[in-house]
Design a protein around this ligand. Sequence first.
Ligand code: AMP
Length: 403
Amino acid sequence: MNQFNDFNFSGKRALIRVDFNVPIKDGKITDGTRINAALPTIEKVLKDGGSVILMSHWGRPLKDIEKKPHLTLADFTLAPVAVYLAEKLGKPITFIADCMSEEASQKAASLKPGEVMLLENLRYYKQEEKGDRDFAEKLSKLGDVYINDAFGTAHRAHASTAIIADFFSSDKKMFGYLMENEVKAAEQVLHNAQRPFTAIIGGAKVSDKILIIENLLEKATDIIIGGGMAYTFFKAKGCHIGNSLCEDDRLETASNLLQKAAEKGVSIHLPSDSIIADKFDAQANTSSANNTEIPEGWMGLDVGQIACDTFSKVIRNSKTILWNGPMGVFEMEKFQHGTKCIADAVTDATADGAFSLVGGGDSVAAVNKFGYANKVSYVSTGGGAMLEFFEGKVLPGIAAIKQ
Ligand code: AMP
């Protein structure tokens, strides 16, 4: 499916749902990765001789203002994005302060080829998150063609990400380049994985990752479990884990997952040792310990060297790799070694021909931190969306276009 690339946008107004939910501090964008990722789509439309109407959400204005009344809508404006984008595209951007206004309709109707306009944060209206049909229909009138390039919000059935697609015929709605690449990479891993297929699941909590592990038990040959969530598995096996992170209400879940894996012949690799610390602190005293016997008063904050070596061997032997979640508290230097070892193994395997997909906020932050983003096959821009995709759910943003 390459509908977007083959479409000629000459004289057409392309209404593009992007994910410009980027970090902004003091009115400046501190990480423009998501905006940069949407540029090829915007540039293709402009190059064809079309015009562009961009729409996105930013944060959760209405919910946050309710909780913190000192905030106002202005604290959630997309205006800094217009400045950033104008610089990147080398042309002025018309910023529309109210996406439902008469001004929005008039400006959109009079856009000339090569012109770009950006609508203010769609979530200023509660109808956006509610998936309101009238709101979606009104937005749809702004463009001739609808393009969804917002993988980061594809798991939401919101007005601009899913419902709006109902108001365009099938030849007038499509994925942009970014969305197409995300879906292609995710589908390759979930539906076309060459084996051995290793999933590396890390991060803080078992509870966040149960569904993804369960679904991967149907797909992967090996599942590596690291990070804070590993200690719940060790406690479930009756080991002493000291003060390590543990979800006591998930001990049974952890045991069940191990049992299911054994039944299905999937190898689960738990870290046999840890770097332990006497407190959760960058300056903590550290030591190493076997995960069956972490002393009282100590906590595992990274996988140990034996685990690194074992995990690396499994990864280097894989043909498909999915990585979600860090192996330890990689934000602190003393506890980043495990995550870095895994990143090394993933990039080596990729150089040897494996397909590697890194998805989910913190593992993406880790590969960026270590400068490995260009050495893996694909780094996903969608945290929650990628997780839900690998949990086996149908994402409304994808379904709305593919139907
Ligand atoms: P998640 O968002 O679930 O992927 O979790 C990522 C977070 O888990 C990161 O901020 C890590 O610092 C944290 N983390 C990883 N390993 C540990 C650990 N052993 N103990 C406590 N937190 C951890």
